[in-house]
Design a protein around this ligand. Structure first.
Ligand code: SAH
Ligand code: SF4
Length: 374
């Protein structure tokens, strides 16, 4: 079961309900001497309705609600502030957790009707990628599954919209918080949970090789996105420090194994940094590196972050890079990030609120261009 919530000293810690899987809720019902179907009722309140108090579960007998409250609780993040993209395509939320730490999450609205939530999995991040604001502020702690789910439930409630997709691309490295993230994915996907479906979930990783093999063994139908950012060891060492630990020579075989095991195409993310990794030579090198890997490449022109010594390349340079990579046989799309003007990159709102340093999610004046460009 998930870790028990903290309680006043001397008291028995209360079990955190958010984050429990259906079989665990059914087991809890059984422990309370109740029929199994009570577990499903509780799941419907927790995830279908998103209630944040046991008292609100009105189809449970009152005395059961009292007994349940004696052993369990629901903790929900508090919303501190929101920030909207001017065109309504994205809204960013700064949420505060029980220990007063803050994380960000984002709702992205797409013209085709998709509503995608971008969730944080850690407070801060220990990976220290050179261009990332979250990495700059260091690592504080992992989020519990209930805290990750709480972001999705809060977005759904606040926006009054059904979520069609979820991406683990907010603050933190999801695979460094493996169990909580997997648990969250299962709840998000399940019909008894948020009902989103595994195929509509994406986990983005900086490339933790052992966890990629571990995830492959789960054989889930979710999308794995790997943050590559450089086609050679020397360059990747410079901008993604974890490459010293898990070099491309190990990462790419792990990605191939992931594809073999799951039959799912892998996504590679490549943030373009002006004059650093965005030249024709790197585009050709990328083609060589990924030859024969069943993949999709997402080119992301850097979302500028205050205090970070990298720049977003001109669009012409981006197009040239994309064209060369395509000629090398790679399926490539270019993504101008949604919500750039709301600093819709993890950590930026948190910074603006005086906690931590700016991230790619913090408002800076930006060019008008948005949406996918070819
Ligand atoms: N830690 C995970 C997931 C969170 S970051 C990972 O690194 O994959 C999600 C994506 O945003 C990653 O591809 C990351 O490299 C990218 N990113 C980080 N900072 C950025 C910035 N300033 N501009 C554009 N993309 C950025
Ligand atoms: Fe962490 Fe991802 Fe940022 Fe790297 S890019 S520091 S892994 S959140």
């Amino acid at each position: 079961m998930t870790p028990a919530a903290s309680a006043p000293s001397g008291a028995v810690p209360l079990l955190e309900l958010r984050g429990l899987l259906l079989p665990e809720l059914e087991a809890l019902a059984a422990r309370l001497g109740e029929p199994k179907y009570r577990g499903r009722q509780i799941a419907r309140w927790l995830y279908g309705r998103g209630v944040d108090e046991i008292e609100a579960m009105t189809d449970l007998p009152q005395e059961l609600r009292v007994r349940l409250s004696a052993v369990a609780r629901i903790s929900a993040p508090r919303l501190r502030r929101t920030q909207d993209a001017g065109d309504g395509s994205a809204r960013k939320y700064l949420v505060v957790l029980a220990d007063d730490q803050a994380v960000e999450c984002v709702l992205m609205r797409f013209e085709d009707g998709r509503r995608s939530a971008c969730l944080s999995s850690q407070v801060g991040c220990a990976m220290g990628c050179a261009f990332c604001a979250t990495g700059l502020s260091g690592f504080s702690r992992n989020l519990a599954a209930g805290e990750i789910l709480g972001q999705a439930l809060m977005i759904r409630e606040e926006s009054g919209t059904r979520l069609t997709n979820v991406v683990f691309m907010g603050m933190g490295e999801p695979l460094a918080n493996f169990d909580a993230v997997l648990r969250t994915a299962r709840v998000l996907a399940a019909p008894w949970g948020l009902g989103i479906g595994m195929r509509r979930l994406t986990i983005s990783t900086v490339g933790l090789v052992p966890q990629i093999y571990r995830l492959a063994r789960e054989r889930l139908q979710l999308t794995l996105a790997v943050s590559l950012h450089a086609p050679t060891e020397a360059l990747r060492d410079r901008i993604v420090p974890v490459n010293h630990r898990y070099p491309l020579a190990e990462l790419i075989p792990a990605c191939r194994a992931y594809v073999r095991e799951t039959n799912r195409r892998i996504t590679f993310e490549y943030v373009l940094l002006d004059g650093v990794n965005d030249g024709p030579a790197e585009a050709r090198e990328l083609g060589r590196l990924l030859r024969g890997v069943h993949c999709h490449v997402n080119l992301i022109p850097l979302n500028p972050v205050v205090g970070i010594p990298f720049h977003r390349p001109e669009i012409a340079r981006v197009r040239t890079f994309a064209a060369i990579a395509r000629r090398a046989g790679l399926p490539v799309t270019v993504r101008i990030e949604r919500g750039t003007e709301i600093q819709a990159a993890c950590g930026q709102l948190r910074l603006a609120d005086g906690q931590g340093r700016p991230s790619r999610w913090t408002p800076t004046p930006v060019p008008a261009a948005r949406g996918a460009v070819r």
